[in-house]
Write a protein that binds this ligand. Structure first.
Ligand code: BG6
Length: 518
């Protein structure tokens, strides 16, 4: 993340600032993508590397090697990427920029779990590094299935490709999932750390690539106004919502073994939770930030079996209608077990046992086949202590909500009460709105640009440390265990509805309600 400067500007001036705020190119290096022929590479990695190239953030001394099993060579790999970028580029393709990049992209065919692939990779790296003058720094991106992570890292170690020395860095980017429960996350970290130093491992959570997520810390810690109110004296409750209208689509194979809890909570939702709840770090250095996030996860009150029953809700969608289309039930989706007990929805109430947040419930929910795609964090402030306005008792006064709109309508809004013009004092809820698009234009980022660039410059602030991943699993482990033991009432919500009734009851018991899914 680059440094920020702050002065109030008009939307027009803000547009200017976006163009001027570019950083300098990353240092020379070579990027090796394991899983080079896969979906992630063509949909997100190559388009974001193209965006970095277009923004002048890649050095001239740079190259890419895609490694995969598919039967391709340099020429056919380049031809395929040239075709695919037409669909996946986030801006109009500039042929000159693409030509400059594609001439530096190579392909190596091989199995990720066989030593000869790594011997061949070593030879190719030597050749390509010389040709493009990239020096000896290397970035290995594991865009493979999670089963391969330990093996690939082990073979990288055995073939002596990850040793660092003065002026030469070797880094490994690992995509989620980081395990499937606490025990497997610990085992994965152990196997990575047997070969690599912690400072060589960049665990990606793509939510941290979103501008609105990075902005949570700027909003909280670069403004004097909100932080004094950001605690249990003034905050009534917090809601974190990450819901989607899409269903399982063609990902049944993965999703039916994962479910909504593993897929979204210990990673994306806990990033939003920790950034909302953490203390100000002593600096913006990676370990200062990650240390504060770890403290929040450590302070989450561990749930007993009984609390899992009363404070969490799981759901699975049945057939329904979404925007006029018939949606087939989850259990009838491709590659899903017809008797699946996998949840496609979760809601929970978590309490954070520390001075700042004691007594403030954090309600989290995420799910598929809900009415809209929407991610937001709602901070609900306590109501005014008495009402001075006749006819409006305190119970009827609206609470002030501060809403951080993460996506798709990126922005921040503040809801408060105002007098309706007229001779009588009557109140109405109104809204003050900041919208990213108005100020900074439509984003053309895939969300991976900052993350890849940060890894190339060695800034790990936006990546998860081993303990962060394990602490996240520790919080959800009791839910996984109980749900495995106890039969569900699935399917318990219709596709296109707001989710299971039990999720509404969870908040109703506390005298609260979810903010409607917009
Ligand atoms: C992924 C999950 O990590 O995040 C998907 O595996 C989910 O199931 C996706 O759809 C949501 O990401 P975004 O950026 O679209 O909110």
């Amino acid at each position: 993340m680059s440094q920020a400067t702050q002065s109030v500007c008009s939307p027009e001036q803000a547009h200017e600032k976006v163009t001027q705020s570019q950083s300098k190119p990353a240092p020379p290096s070579i990027l090796v993508i394991f899983g080079g022929a896969g979906d992630l590479t063509k949909r997100l990695l190559i388009p974001s590397i193209y965006n970095l190239q277009a923004a002048g953030l890649l050095p001239d001394e740079f190259a890419i090697i895609g490694v995969a099993r598919a039967d391709k060579d340099d020429a056919s790999f380049r031809a395929d990427l040239t075709e695919e970028i037409k669909s996946f580029a986030t801006t109009k393709l500039d042929e000159a920029v693409w030509k400059k990049l594609i001439d530096k992209i190579y392909y190596l065919r091989g199995n990720f779990d066989e030593a000869p692939t790594f011997e061949a990779l070593k030879t190719r790296l030597d050749e390509i590094e010389k040709k493009h003058n990239t020096g000896k720094s290397r970035l290995f991106y594991l865009a493979t299935g999670a089963d391969y992570f330990p093996k690939v890292v082990d073979l990288l170690g055995q073939s002596d490709m990850v040793k660092q020395e003065e002026g030469v860095w070797r880094r490994v980017i690992v995509e989620k999932p980081f395990g499937t429960d606490l025990a497997s996350a610990e085992a994965l970290n152990k196997s990575l750390l047997a070969v690599l130093e912690e400072n060589q491992i960049y665990r990606i959570d793509h939510y941290l690539g979103k501008e609105t997520v990075q902005n949570i810390l700027v909003f909280r810690f670069a403004n004097g106004l909100f932080e004094p109110l950001w605690n249990n004296r003034y905050v009534d409750s917090v809601q974190i919502t990450v819901v989607e209208s899409v269903g399982v689509e063609n990902r049944g194979n993965y999703y039916d073994h994962s479910g909504a809890l593993r897929d979204m909570v210990p990673n994306h939702l806990f990033q939003l939770l920790t950034m909302t709840a953490m203390e100000p770090p002593t600096s913006f250095q990676p370990d200062a930030v990650r240390g504060e996030k770890a403290k929040v996860l450590q302070a989450i009150h561990p749930l007993t079996e009984e609390q899992v029953r009363t404070q969490t809700v799981r759901g699975q969608y049945g057939a329904g209608t979404l925007r006029g289309s018939e949606i087939v039930e989850y259990r009838k989706s491709p590659k899903v077990n017809p008797e699946s007990e996998t949840e496609t929805y979760v809601a929970m109430k978590l309490m954070i046992d520390n001075w700042r947040w004691a007594g403030v419930p954090f309600y989290l929910r995420t799910g598929k086949c809900l009415p809209n795609k929407n991610s937001e964090i709602v901070i609900t402030f306590k109501k005014a202590p008495i009402s001075l306005f006749s006819g409006e008792d305190v119970g009827e006064l609206q609470a002030n909500n501060l809403i951080l709109h993460i996506q798709p309508d990126e922005g921040i809004s503040l809801e408060f009460g105002a007098k309706i013009p007229g001779p009588k004092v009557k109140l109405s809820g109104v809204e003050m709105d900041f919208n990213y698009r108005d100020y900074f234009g439509q984003s053309t980022s895939t969300g991976y640009e900052t993350l890849i660039y940060d890894c190339m410059i060695g800034d790990a602030t936006l990546f998860q440390r081993a303990d962060n991943t394990e602490l996240g699993w520790k919080v959800v482990d009791p839910m996984l265990k109980l749900w495995q033991k106890e039969k569900s009432d699935f399917p318990n919500y219709a596709a296109g509805s707001n989710g299971p009734a039990a999720a509404d009851e969870l908040l109703a018991r506390d005298g609260r309600a979810w903010r409607p899914i917009k």
